[in-house]
Design a protein around this ligand. Structure first.
Ligand code: 3HC
Length: 701
C-alpha cells in the first residue's frame, strides 16, 4: 500500500506530510499513518519540533465522509488528536487550501498554526447534520471565545486566514512559500525555547446562560427543523462550564446522536448527490469543452437580468438584448437596485457596482451578438416568440456559439429544429431570482452535442449553481413535478381545507412557504397565463376543478401581493398575509356548484396529498430517463423549490418512509378519490420497486 503520510527531516525538525488526494480526508489509512509518523517523531531524540502540512490542493478537508453510517474503523480521529497533542514536542500546523472539519480540529490539536493567505478554515459539520466530533466544540471556544466559535460552527461557513488570525484561530498568515515559512517559524520557536501550548489547557471564558438563550433566539429561523445547531450550542455550553475532558465526553455523546439522526443522513446524501450530479455517463474528463468569454442574454426582464448578474459577477461581459431601449433601461435599473441593496448592507462598494455594471452591454440589434460564445434566451414563455428569436440567433451568431433557452416548460427540440445547428442548442433553466437560486436545469435536447453539455455543466459550477441534467419533457424535472403538488393543494381547498391550513402544514414540514403563499408572491396571473397558452395549444386540463380557485382569483384581479389580494388579503400593502373571508366564500360557492362536500382534512392527508404526487411523478421521470438518478430529482426540489434539505429531497424522503408504504397510500387514494384523471395512478417504477422491497437509491436504468 502506498504511504499517504510521510515523515522527512529538516535538521531537527520533523516534517509530516499528508498526501491523500483529492482533499486529504482523514480516512482510516491516513489516521493510522498519522499516528505512526507522530509516534516515530516523538521517539526520535534528534527531533525537536514537528510540522504537519499537506500536499496537493488543500490541507486536510475533514473526516472521511464516506465512512459515516458504517461500523467505526480504528483508530478513530480522537486517537490521532491525542497522539499529536500529547507527544511532548512543539507541533506546528501549516495550512493551505481549506482546513475544514476534522482537518481544522487536527490543526487545533497542534501547538501553533500558520496559514497561507489564501487558506480558509472552518467547521462545516453542521452542513452534514453533525457537530464537530474531534474536539472542535471544545477547542475553538477556548481559542476564539464561545460566541465567535458558535458563529463559525452554526453557520458552517469557512473564514479567511486573515479573519482566523484576527480572532486568534491561527497565529500567523504568511505570503511566502508555506513549508519554508513553517520551517523558519519552527526554528524561531525552538531557538526561543517556546513552550508547548495545548489548547486543551487554555481556559474558556465564562458565558452566561442568558447569552446562550439569546443566541438560540437569534438562529431560530435559520435552524428551523435542523437537529445539529442546538447540539452545537449544548456542546459549547459544556465547553464553558465543565472540564475539558467532560466537555469532550459531552461532545462525543452529541456527535453520535447527530450521526444517527435522519437529518444527518439526509444532508450527507445531499453532499454526495451534488457531486454525483456533475457526472454524466457519456461525458468524461476527455470530453472537450467550449470557451465562454462573452455571453448574451435575450430579454431584459427580471429573469434575463438575474441571469446576466451570474455572469458579470465572474467577470464575463454580457450583451443584454431587448426590443426597446426603454425595456433595457428598466432591466439595467433593476439590476443596479439589486446591487444597491447589497451596498446598503455593506456587502459592496460603489466601485464594485460600477465595475459590474460596466460589463453589461445593452443593445437592440441581434447583429451585435455575432461574436458571443453563449446566448441565453429569456423571453416570454411562448413557442412562436422563442422560435422567432432562435431563427434570428441562427442567422447572426458565429459557428460554435451555444444557443440556450431558459424556457421552463417548452420543447427544446422544437426550438432547436428552427435552427441549422440543433447540436448547439440546449435548455438552461434558471430559477427566480436567478442571481440567488442555486439550481440550474441543464436540458439536453435530442441533438445537443456532448461538448455543449460538458461546457454547460462546467459553467454551472463556475457561476456557483448546482447543474442538474434533464431530458426534454413538459416542465422538465421540477415544473413537471410541481403540477401534482399544486393540483392536490387546490383540490383540498374545494374539499374543505383552507389556504392558511395547508400553507402552515407545508411550512411546518419544512418548506419556506406553502403553495398559496408562494402563488401570491409569484403572482397568480403568471400560472394562469401559462395555462391560457397551454389551452391555446390544445393542452387544457380536462378537470374543471384543476386550478379552479387560482383561475377565479386571476379573473377577479386577485394576483397576489402585487394587488394586495390573492389567496390572502394583504391590507395596507403589508406583506403579512391575512386569511381572506372573500376567498373562503368563493371556495365554498365553487364547492357547492360542483357538488363537492366540504369536510375536515387532517394533517397526514394534507401532507401526503401534497408530497406523494411529487414522488409518483418523480418515479415516472426516473423511469423515462428524464432524470439520470433519483438524487438529481432531490437536488432539483431542494435547490429550486424549497423542499427541506434535512429531509433529503422527495425521492430520499420516500426511501426513508419505505416505497411500499408510499405505494399503498397512493393506491388507497386512487380507490378513495376515483381515477377519472389518473391522478393517483401509481407510477410503474414505484409499483415495481415497492413490490420488490427496493428503494429509488438502488434503481439503475
Ligand atoms: N470525505 C470524503 N470525500 C470527500 C470529502 C470528505 N471530507 N470532501 C470532499 N470529498 C470528495 C468529494 O466527494 C469529491 O469526490 P468525487 O470527485 O468522487 O466526486 C472530491 O472529494 C472532490 O470534492 P469537491 O468536488 O467538493 O471539490 P472542491 O474542490 O469543489 O471542494 C472542498 C473541496 C471545499 C474540500 C469540498 O469538497 C468540501 O467542502 N468537502 C467537505 C468538507 C467537510 O464537510 N468536512 C467536514 C467533514 S465532517 C468531519 O470532519 C467530522 C469531524 O468533526 C469528526
Amino acid at each position: 500500500m502506498n504511504n499517504l503520510v510521510t515523515l522527512t527531516k529538516h535538521n531537527s525538525i520533523a516534517l509530516i506530510a499528508v498526501n491523500s488526494p483529492p482533499v486529504n480526508a482523514l480516512s482510516q489509512q491516513v489516521r493510522s499513518e498519522l499516528i505512526e509518523c507522530f509516534t516515530a517523531a516523538q521517539k526520535d531524540d534528534d527531533v525537536a519540533g514537528i510540522i504537519l502540512h499537506c500536499q496537493g490542493r488543500t490541507f486536510i478537508a475533514g473526516a472521511d465522509i464516506t465512512e459515516f453510517g458504517k461500523p467505526p474503523l480504528s483508530p478513530d480521529l480522537n486517537a490521532v488528536i491525542s497522539t499529536i497533542e500529547g507527544n511532548g514536542k512543539p507541533v506546528l500546523a501549516a495550512l493551505h487550501g481549506t482546513a475544514l472539519g476534522g482537518g481544522f480540529e487536527v490543526a487545533m490539536a497542534c501547538d501553533y498554526r500558520l496559514a497561507e493567505r489564501s487558506a480558509k478554515v472552518g467547521l462545516p459539520e453542521v452542513l452534514l447534520g453533525l457537530i464537530p466530533g474531534a474536539g472542535g466544540t471544545q477547542r475553538l471556544p477556548r481559542l476564539v471565545g464561545a460566541i465567535p466559535a458558535l458563529d463559525i460552527m452554526v453557520s458552517g461557513k469557512p473564514i479567511s486566514a486573515s479573519k482566523a488570525e484576527a480572532i486568534g484561530a491561527v497565529d500567523k498568515v504568511v505570503d511566502d512559500e508555506l513549508v519554508a515559512a513553517a520551517i523558519a517559524y519552527m526554528e524561531r520557536l525552538l531557538a526561543d525555547n517556546a513552550p508547548l501550548r495545548p489548547v486543551r489547557n487554555m481556559s474558556a471564558e465564562h458565558v452566561s446562560e442568558d447569552s446562550f438563550s439569546e443566541y438560540r433566539r437569534s438562529i431560530a429561523k435559520q435552524a428551523r427543523g435542523y437537529f445539529a445547531p442546538e447540539r452545537i450550542i449544548q456542546a459549547v455550553q459544556a465547553a464553558v462550564s465543565s472540564s475539558f475532558d467532560d466537555g469532550l465526553a459531552k461532545e462525543r455523546e452529541l456527535f453520535i446522536e447527530c450521526l444517527k439522526s435522519p437529518e444527518s443522513e439526509a444532508l450527507r446524501h445531499l453532499f454526495f448527490s451534488e457531486r454525483q450530479a456533475a457526472k454524466i455517463p457519456d461525458i468524461n474528463a476527455d470530453t472537450p469543452t467550449r470557451t465562454i468569454k462573452q455571453v448574451a442574454v435575450v430579454g431584459a426582464g427580471t429573469m434575463g437580468g438575474g441571469i446576466a448578474m451570474n455572469f458579470i459577477q465572474i467577470g464575463i461581459p454580457v450583451r443584454i438584448v431587448d426590443i426597446s431601449h426603454e425595456a433595457i433601461e428598466r432591466g439595467l435599473a433593476t439590476i443596479r437596485k439589486n446591487y444597491e441593496r447589497a451596498l446598503s448592507k455593506g456587502k459592496m462598494t460603489e466601485a464594485d457596482i460600477e465595475k459590474l455594471m460596466s460589463l453589461l452591454i445593452p443593445t437592440i440589434n441581434y447583429s451585435d451578438l455575432s461574436e458571443v460564445d453563449l446566448v441565453i434566451e429569456a423571453a416570454f414563455e411562448n413557442m412562436q416568440i422563442k422560435k422567432e428569436i432562435f431563427r434570428k440567433l441562427d442567422g447572426v451568431c458565429k459557428q460554435g456559439a451555444m444557443l440556450a433557452t431558459n424556457t421552463s416548460t417548452l420543447d427544446v427540440d422544437e426550438i432547436a429544429a428552427v435552427t441549422q445547428r440543433p447540436a448547439d442548442v440546449l435548455g438552461l433553466h434558471f430559477f427566480s431570482p436567478a442571481n440567488v437560486m442555486r439550481l440550474l436545469e441543464v436540458v439536453r435536447g435530442e441533438h445537443t452535442a456532448l461538448d455543449v453539455l460538458a461546457t454547460a455543466m462546467k459553467l454551472s459550477k463556475k457561476i456557483n449553481k448546482i447543474g442538474v441534467m434533464s431530458g426534454v419533457c413538459f416542465g422538465f424535472i421540477g415544473n413537471r413535478m410541481l403540477h401534482g403538488y399544486g393540483r392536490e393543494a387546490g383540490l383540498m381547498l374545494l374539499e374543505g381545507a383552507t389556504p392558511e391550513q395547508i400553507d402552515k402544514l407545508v411550512y411546518d414540514f419544512g418548506f419556506p412557504m406553502g403553495p398559496f403563499a408562494v402563488s401570491d408572491l409569484a403572482g397568480n396571473d403568471v400560472g394562469a397565463k401559462v395555462r391560457e397558452e397551454r389551452a391555446k395549444d390544445g393542452f387544457a386540463s380536462k378537470d374543471e376543478r384543476d386550478n379552479l380557485i387560482s383561475d377565479k382569483l386571476y379573473q377577479l384581479g386577485r394576483f397576489g401581493q402585487k394587488t394586495a389580494a390573492g389567496f390572502y388579503n394583504y391590507e395596507d400593502g403589508a406583506r403579512t398575509p391575512q386569511p381572506s373571508p372573500e376567498v373562503k366564500a368563493l371556495i365554498a360557492v365553487e364547492a357547492q356548484r360542483l357538488g363537492i362536500e366540504q369536510r375536515e382534512i387532517d394533517t397526514e392527508e394534507i401532507i401526503t396529498r401534497c408530497i406523494y404526487p411529487l414522488i409518483n411523478e418523480g418515479a415516472r421521470i426516473l423511469e423515462e430517463g428524464i432524470a439520470l438518478r433519483a438524487s438529481d430529482i432531490d437536488l432539483v426540489w431542494i435547490n429550486g423549490y424549497g423542499f427541506p434539505p434535512y429531509r433529503g429531497g422527495p425521492m430520499f424522503y420516500a426511501d426513508q418512509i419505505g416505497l411500499r408504504k408510499v405505494y399503498d397510500t397512493i393506491c388507497r387514494y386512487r380507490d378513495t378519490f376515483g381515477n377519472e384523471f389518473g391522478y393517483w395512478e401509481p407510477a410503474p417504477l414505484l409499483e415495481k420497486l415497492a413490490l420488490e422491497g427496493k428503494s429509488f437509491a438502488e434503481y439503475k436504468k
